[in-house]
Design a protein around this ligand. Structure first.
Ligand code: F0G
Length: 449
């Protein structure tokens, strides 16, 4: 049960069906083009879309906007030390800013570098590639199987990583990344045992080990629930500190488990890496005691990080996502199992079996969810990843502390109604697309086939 109550609300409404139809057409069947006011239940992302607590709003007023030496920075640094157990912090405007600072620093001198990750999130892949390195995904077997029940499908595959070493040589792998939870593998958690093995692997090949900690608190909650060595009463922060402690550096989007609308950081215990990151941060983000953030936002994130590891918060958070999954399952909607930490992923290939990959079943499902119930999700299948062998998933990401059970009932009913339409759901084809195929799902226009 939620350990909070609302004291400020934002009205939402379901636009009339004709209006939704017209909106879809105007948006060229791409829900990124919809005005948010026209969306009833917005499950596009869990990033920066959650509600802050009264303590966070109060902290905003304490913001010290000094260019250098801000008190607010000290409070963020203390929070990162206490909650994550990491010493030095370089604030950035959001997660990808932190990726630019850290990967730009770590990969600047590397030639022909190859970077394994359990699965690269889009911006991670882009930043690694932007440094001239090759991103390689090392998910465990079954990570992309929507029906396999296993506790840690987000894990990093050591077998794949070792095969990569055999193929390209250890010298070409200066950096190993682990993303917790694994957003691009249906938000599945990563075990602490797996993180230890990745640490050992990085030592074997003399590589730097980075954890992408966007959803570290949700991951720690799963560890506490599923990994035998952690007892029921173990503090969430204690698990987080142990897991993050194996990394040489942490890259963070505060928009997820920082419980803020914007912000991020790089954190490390390594003095030399810290100094180098600061230099790059000055160039791209700002002076290292504010980075890419206003003092008030540093304050809100300092409070948010502490709240994210409170058991009452994180248990409710993960269980709420699980509830949405159960409602969908009970309504007969095929979903990726088990349900991950921040989102429920629908199996569009199973939901609309009459549509082949080239008719974009995921995107067709996304459009129908909007048409039927004003629900906005995001396609993560053959439309978003044209060249990858990935299942046809639609992500329904749950903003933190924002929606209630009744909203989820509506989402499940909407999805069930779409499924009843069966073969009447048309496939889509691309009408206009941008130059970079990696980014096409954000801006491409489609039309019914
Ligand atoms: N790493 C992971 C695992 C992410 O999920 C994200 C963002 C980032 C890095 C980049 O952080 O957005 O603050 O720049 N994921 C959002 C999403 C956008 O919808 O999954 P950012």
């Amino acid at each position: 049960m939620a350990g909070y109550k609302s004291k400020m609300v934002e009205p939402i409404s379901l636009p009339a069906r004709e209006r939704r139809e017209r909106n879809l057409e105007r948006a060229r069947y791409n829900v990124f083009n919809l005005p948010a006011d026209e969306v009833f239940i917005d499950l596009l992302t869990d990033s920066g879309t959650g509600a802050m607590s009264d303590a966070q709003w109060a902290a905003l007023l304490r913001g010290d906007e000094a260019y250098a030496g801000s008190r607010s920075f000290d409070r963020l640094e203390s929070a990162v030390r206490d909650v994550m157990g990491v010493e030095h912090v370089v604030p950035t405007h959001q997660g990808r800013g932190a990726e630019n600072v850290l990967y730009g620093t770590l990969l600047s001198d590397a030639e022909d570098a190859v970077v394994p990750n359990n699965t690269h999130f889009d911006t991670t892949r882009a930043h690694v590639a932007n440094q001239g390195a090759e991103p390689v995904d090392c998910p465990v077997d079954g990570a992309h199987d929507p029906d396999l029940e296993a506790p840690f499908k987000g894990n990093f595959s050591l077998e794949r990583a070792r095969a990569l070493v055999d193929e390209v040589g250890a010298d070409r792998i200066p950096l190993v990344i682990q993303t917790i939870t694994n957003n691009s593998a249906a938000g599945q958690p990563v075990s602490v045992a797996n993180t230890r093995r990745v640490r050992d692997f990085a030592d074997e090949i003399d590589a730097t080990f980075v954890i992408d900690a966007c959803r570290f608190a949700e991951n720690a909650y799963f560890v506490q629930q599923r990994e035998d060595e952690f007892a029921a009463e173990t503090e969430i922060a204690e698990i987080a500190r142990e897991q993050l402690g194996y990394a040489d550096a942490v890259v963070m989007s505060g928009k997820k488990d920082g419980l803020v609308n914007t912000g991020g950081f790089v954190a490390t215990d390594d003095e030399e890496l810290f100094e180098r990151c600061k230099q790059r941060a000055i160039l791209y983000e700002g002076f290292p005691t504010y980075g890419g953030m206003a003092g008030r936002d540093l304050e809100a994130m300092a409070v948010g990080l502490r709240e994210a590891v409170e058991r009452s918060y994180v248990a409710d958070r993960v269980e709420q996502v699980r509830t949405l999954g159960s409602l969908l399952r009970d309504a007969g909607v095929p979903i990726y199992e088990p349900v991950g930490g921040h989102a429920v992923y629908l199996d569009a290939a199973a939901a609309l079996p009459h549509l082949e990959a080239d008719a974009f079943p995921g995107q067709a499902l996304v459009c129908e969810l909007y048409r039927e119930g004003g629900v906005r999700g995001v396609e993560l299948g053959s439309f978003a990843f044209p060249d990858a062998e990935r299942p046809e998933l639609v992500r329904l990401a749950v903003p933190r502390r924002t929606y209630h059970r009744e909203h989820f009932d509506h989402v499940a009913e909407t999805a069930a109604t779409v499924l009843e339409k069966g073969r009447d759901v048309d496939g889509l084809e691309i009408a206009t697309e941008p130059e970079m195929p990696e980014l096409r799902h954000f801006t491409a226009g489609l039309e019914p086939r």
